[in-house]
Design a binder for this molecule. Structure first.
Ligand code: FAD
Length: 474
């Protein structure tokens, strides 16, 4: 019945389940995860309200040009970005991300505009936009001890633009910023879907404070033009570091991509480029403008760009950090299966936190589990059992020699995790072709970073995917 529902709005076509509990749920964020949450919550019979600080849905996939990116909350999308996953893999489980009439980029690894179009189409198909309050930034989430409900405090930016009013809920106008209005409302549960690609993590480089060049993070990168004729050191050689290095090499004098995982002696010019080098990690930066690598060699650089990832951040929980969760070295503690705080489960949940995953389907499965746990359809273990599971995970990571910051990395077991979520929630599983296609695409990306978006050899899997997708088309 879940699959059949995909052909139209869930509300219109699915036999309504009889929930044991129907709750008023605040969802924070209207990116892919927040929309998946809203859909699953409503499907389960809850009444979600989605708070979105921006003016539109799509989160990460909303590209903001350079002039509009001054404030820290902007997305990390840059102008030329194309997906690093094939579209068949990337889409939600029962809503194919296919090239259709009206697509903005029909390629298999499309540009960001096409992903945003798909997210809009998902919201339209499942009638989700009406659940979203735009320009509504959640500033505090506080547990009311007397009844276990939650007070959600939010800033109504629309009211500022319109000169006040709007938004619904009890007005409590004691806002910090002029013209902005803060309000608060009570909810039975809160589902946090605020994303984790906006708070930059910066590499710690000895001497960099006295180094005269410019530093930026890939979060603020939009276009290659400002790097014309410059010498740029890029720290990080993963998705963003690799793609941005290649793009900047088209205009820069020299680009040096420093990779923590490379041996100290690494200094190799990448094939096909006269000005792009792979280097070992940066050891220090000197006041004369030099950036020194682990092998002792150096370059006089104009710019250091940190492509070093992001930090988890939940500023609206800050007042209660320590009491609810803590974030140390990118470990969010304690979280059962990366979703529930054992002591507060299921009334506080986090969706979309794990990395090295296929984000959209995982968010969908987590959302289905959360919705089921909130209604009472799905049983959770006791608080003590959940804590035991958290401790077991930490012990396992330690035994593998993984650093704390990889706590939410599912590099080796995302599909095991997805299948577990599907079993718990009764949702359809990730298809076998999708798993194989992900593995094939990941391998190809490492082997052929220049060409993996244009050349592939998993045609049999594409056929299986397209055949599978037929059942979702009207
Ligand atoms: P987001 O998309 O970040 O959405 C979070 C939303 O929460 C935002 O709209 C934000 O405004 C809102 N919000 C935050 N705080 C508040 C608050 N206090 N109050 C109200 N609203 C708030 N994934 C892929 O599958 N394929 C790719 O090719 C791919 N490429 C990527 C490239 C880049 C450069 C980046 C940064 C990420 C990429 N990803 C990719 C991962 C991508 O982030 C996920 O696909 C997905 O968009 C995550 O969705 P989300 O809803 O969890 O977070």
């Amino acid at each position: 019945t879940r699959r059949a529902a995909a052909a139209g709005s869930d509300r219109a076509t699915m036999a309504t389940p009889t929930p044991m509990r129907s709750l008023h749920v605040a969802v924070i964020g209207a990116g892919a995860a927040g929309l998946a949450a809203a859909r699953e919550l409503r499907r389960e019979g809850h009444s979600p309200v989605v708070f979105e600080r921006g003016a539109g849905i799509g989160g990460t996939w909303i590209y903001e040009p350079p002039a509009e990116t001054e404030d820290d909350g902007h997305s990390s999308m840059y102008e030329s970005l194309r997906t690093n996953l094939p579209r068949e893999v990337m889409g939600f489980l029962d809503f194919p991300f296919a090239a259709v009439p009206g697509s903005l980029d029909a390629r298999r690894f499309p540009r960001h505009e096409e992903v945003l179009r798909y997210i809009h189409e998902f919201a339209r198909r499942f009638d989700l936009s009406g659940l979203v309050r735009f320009r509504a930034e959640v500033t505090a989430v506080v547990r009311v001890l007397q009844d276990g409900r939650w007070t959600v405090r939010w800033r109504n930016k629309a009211a500022a633009a319109a000169g006040g009013g709007g938004g619904g809920g009890a007005a409590a106008d004691d806002a910090g910023e002029a013209g902005e209005e803060e309000q608060e409302e009570a909810y039975d549960a809160v589902v946090v879907c605020n994303g984790h690609y906006t708070k930059p993590r910066i590499a710690d480089i000895p001497g960099v404070d006295a180094w005269p060049g410019k530093q930026i993070h890939s979060h603020s990168y939009r276009l290659p033009d400002p790097f014309h004729d410059q010498v740029v050191v890029i720290i990080g050689a993963k998705n963003s570091g690799g793609d941005i290095s290649r793009e900047i090499a088209g205009v820069a004098r020299e680009v040096h991509m420093a990779n923590r995982a490379s041996p100290a002696a690494t200094c190799e010019r990448l094939p096909g480029y006269h000005n792009l080098w792979l280097r070992s990690m940066v050891e220090r930066a000197d006041p004369d403008g030099s950036v020194v690598f682990r092998d002792g060699s150096s370059v006089r650089a104009d710019v250091i760009m940190h492509c070093t990832g992001y930090k988890y951040s939940f500023p609206f929980l800050d007042q209660q950090q320590g009491r609810i969760i803590s974030v140390h070295d990118n470990r969010i503690h304690p979280l059962y299966k990366h979703v529930f705080v054992p002591q507060l489960a299921p009334s506080l949940a986090f969706i979309g936190l794990p990395f090295k995953v296929i984000p959209f389907p995982m968010a969908q499965l987590q959302a289905s589990w959360v919705a089921g746990a909130l209604s009472g359809r799905v049983q959770l273990p006791s608080e003590e059992e959940m804590m035991e599971d958290v401790r077991a995970l930490y012990a396992e990571l330690e035994a593998m020699g993984w650093p704390v910051r990889y706590t939410h990395c599912l590099k080796h077991n995302q599909f095991e995790y997805d299948d577990w979520l599907a079993d718990q929630s009764g949702h359809a599983k990730v298809e076998e072709w999708r798993k194989s296609m992900y593995d094939a695409a990941s391998k190809k990306k490492v082997e052929c970073p220049e060409t993996y978006r244009e050349e592939w050899d998993d045609h049999d899997l594409m056929d299986q995917a397209n055949q599978d997708f037929q059942k979702y088309y009207c």
